[in-house]
Ligand binder design. Structure first.
Ligand SMILES: *[C@@H]1O[C@H](CO)[C@@H](O)[C@H](O)[C@H]1NC(C)=O
Ligand SMILES: *[C@@H]1O[C@H](CO)[C@@H](O)[C@H](O)[C@H]1NC(C)=O
Ligand SMILES: *[C@@H]1O[C@H](CO)[C@@H](O)[C@H](O)[C@H]1NC(C)=O
Length: 319
């Protein structure tokens, strides 16, 4: 009965598609993307090191907006910018990344500076493993720095350099001395002017765009260094940023320059907290969820019944 097989095969395909379409929406794309990238080994040559500092309050807000279960790791001291990473970068392109397939990350090597890293290179996304940020930064970016520069060819040196740069050019100090303090709105031009006045280099200013409130938050600032570990202009780096020509020169930013940028002093309530639920609401929500689940099961049942009918029909028609 060839057709029988065909029908079963079709039913199988159908179910596969159905199941796949159902589960694909919940994937965390970032880790997958890293695994794909990990298969490529790139030419490690690069032009600049992008030293990225983040405002942990905004990073925390962004993380908590993604899921009601998300919790943050924040530095114990207030008003400190933390390190995201040191990213070797070729001008006008992204990367290189994952330059050493055989490299491993060994957290023990960071023992001597671990206490500092826990504060200044903190893993804001606390639901992830303790050393996940360091592991990621080392394998994706550190391996490329290590392949080219003796000054950065061990975990100790790479992470130690980050700590040194943060001490020298912490955005808490740079912005603070320029009168830019948490808790207020600023324009991108104001922020940029302070950065240029203090460091005499062009840097990248990164915003987090909150889709719910349509507000933009100051999120990251990228400072560039050359291979002699000296400050350099970031012109020519490619990111999600755009280059906006202004009378004062190019601005490297993904922020909307015509709207205020909020520099939050405390973590804003996430959208889950804003829709605070009473026990009655929770009960209603539970019932809705239950009904939806039931409806889905019924739908699945109907599909199976239809497939069964199809098989019967095919059987009948071939008899
Ligand atoms: C890659 O990593 C391995 C293991 O740490 C190391 O022995 C090797 O020297 C590295 N290769 C390059 C090109 O950095
Ligand atoms: C990790 O690093 C520590 C300290 O340098 C070393 O003693 C240990 O052998 C390393 N482990 C691996 C698996 O390389
Ligand atoms: C910052 O700007 C946003 C958007 O215009 C506004 O909603 C918010 O109230 C402002 N915050 C402060 C502290 O001025």
């Amino acid at each position: 009965m060839k057709l029988d097989h065909l029908a079963i095969f079709l039913a199988f395909l159908y179910l596969q598609c159905y199941v796949r379409a159902d589960s694909s929406s919940e994937e965390d794309s970032s880790s997958d993307e890293d695994q794909n990238e990990a298969l490529l080994v790139e030419d490690p040559e690069f032009d600049l090191l992008i030293f990225t500092q983040r405002w942990p309050i905004t990073a925390c807000y962004e993380w908590r907006e993604k899921s009601p279960d998300h919790i943050c790791g924040l530095p114990s001291a207030q008003n400190i910018w933390t390190i995201h990473g040191i990213w070797p970068t070729k001008l006008n392109t992204i990367g290189p990344s994952f330059c050493n397939k055989t490299a491993v990350f060994n957290v023990t090597e960071l023992d001597p500076i671990e206490k500092q890293l826990e504060q200044f290179w903190i893993n804001v996304e606390k639901n992830k493993p303790y050393d996940s940020l360091w592991r990621h930064e080392w394998l994706k970016h550190g391996t490329c720095a290590a392949a080219v520069m003796v000054q950065l060819n061990t975990e100790d040196k790479y992470f130690g350099q980050g700590l040194t740069w943060l001490q020298q050019h912490s955005m808490a100090d740079v912005l603070g001395e320029g009168g830019i303090k948490p808790g207020q709105n600023y324009t991108v031009l104001e922020i940029r002017q302070v950065l240029i006045d203090r460091l005499q280099k062009n840097m990248a200013i990164e915003c987090y765009h909150d889709k719910e409130t349509k507000q933009q938050f100051l999120n990251e600032i990228r400072v560039c260094f050359n291979k002699n570990l000296e400050l350099e202009n970031c012109d020519g780096i490619l990111f999600e940023d755009v280059f906006i020509d202004q009378p004062q020169g190019k601005i490297i930013t993904n922020c909307n320059v015509n709207k205020p940028v909020f520099y939050p002093a405390t973590v804003p309530l996430s959208r889950y907290e804003k829709t605070h639920m009473s026990p009655f609401d929770l009960h209603t929500k539970f019932l809705e969820e239950y009904k939806r689940q039931k409806a889905k099961e019924n739908k699945n049942m109907k599909i199976l019944v239809n497939i069964y009918k199809l098989i019967q029909l095919l059987k009948w028609s071939t008899m």
